[in-house]
Design a protein around this ligand. Sequence first.
Ligand code: FAD
Length: 312
Amino acid sequence: MNIYDLIILGAGPAGMSASIYASRYKINHIIIGNIFDGSVAKAHLIENWLGEKSIKGTDLMMKFNDHIKDFGTNLIVEDIVEIKEEENVEFGRNVFNIKTNNNKTYRSKSILIALGTKHRKLNIFGEEELLGKGVSYCAVCDGAFFKNKIVAVVGGSNSAAMASIMLSEHADKVYLIYRKKPLRCEPIMTDRIKENKKITILYNTNVTKVLGENRVKSIELDNEYDSSKEIKLDGLFIEAGSVPSASLVKELNVNVNDSGYIIINSNGATNIEGVYAAGDITNGSNGLRQIVTAVSEGAISATSIYKYLKEK
Ligand SMILES: Cc1cc2nc3c(=O)[nH]c(=O)nc-3n(C[C@H](O)[C@H](O)[C@H](O)COP(=O)(O)OP(=O)(O)OC[C@H]3O[C@@H](n4cnc5c(N)ncnc54)[C@H](O)[C@@H]3O)c2cc1C
């Protein structure tokens, strides 16, 4: 059974960047993940990645993919279902076994966890039942289905702002509903939203229910808008933040903070020998979860892993 020096878990910016550094360090490695399943692919336009004034998230991921392909790196598009550390007598030390949905097991001497985050749910009435029937967590994926319709976006972050702007290109009207005031997106995004005649912001408001039988028909609010607590609409886009995809690493006993993010040191190392982490899933980079920081953490981790493998 082949034992890799490194398996990179996740094919987002953190994993891809780590792979480029690992290739140049000649670390025998593979990546497991899907380039279109991470956060970047859900971004309508990226405007803060150096060298690209404005680029679609999917196009940027394709560029990253082309780059890693140049090194001949094997990108395995499978779902990881289990990560276990096991003693390997033949090898003389513990190895990591990564099981995937295809019933395959990949083994390595070290791992880099770069699994990113998942969307946060509102956990309100109707959200689950009407998912895919007007409720969506991805404006980029589903926005075009709402041509000339009325939609709402929940959230106040950059993602929520970008989703509102993107949706205004298709829909007739977009409500941006945020539980606080002011929005927490970059001021440049606030300006664009305020200038956009199709977008109406509802501050200090929570969505409490999504209503409809086979399709979303309306939402219920905890505050009145236009003398009513109900707004009739066709789609609800939930951009209420994210939670780390760290459930898979529980068995490894990797330390996480109160919010569930993996705790790393300045080398990208976790508390478990041979286990490193990078990108949105960590507590690193002062909580700034962006492409630039994910890429940077990936590079730092790959460099640390190179040193670790050499010492061993
Ligand atoms: C809508 C939106 C807009 C954004 N806009 C911007 C922006 O304009 N600029 C910016 O800098 N940042 C932006 N971000 C943030 C940015 O996308 C993230 O910071 C960045 O993608 C983090 O990279 P990552 O590699 O840590 O995680 P991700 O990019 O999320 O990648 C995670 C990877 O892990 C894989 N994975 C997860 N679970 C499994 C599993 N069980 N099995 C196999 N693979 C798995 C996924 O397939 C994916 O490949 C945006 C995010 C969102 C959601």
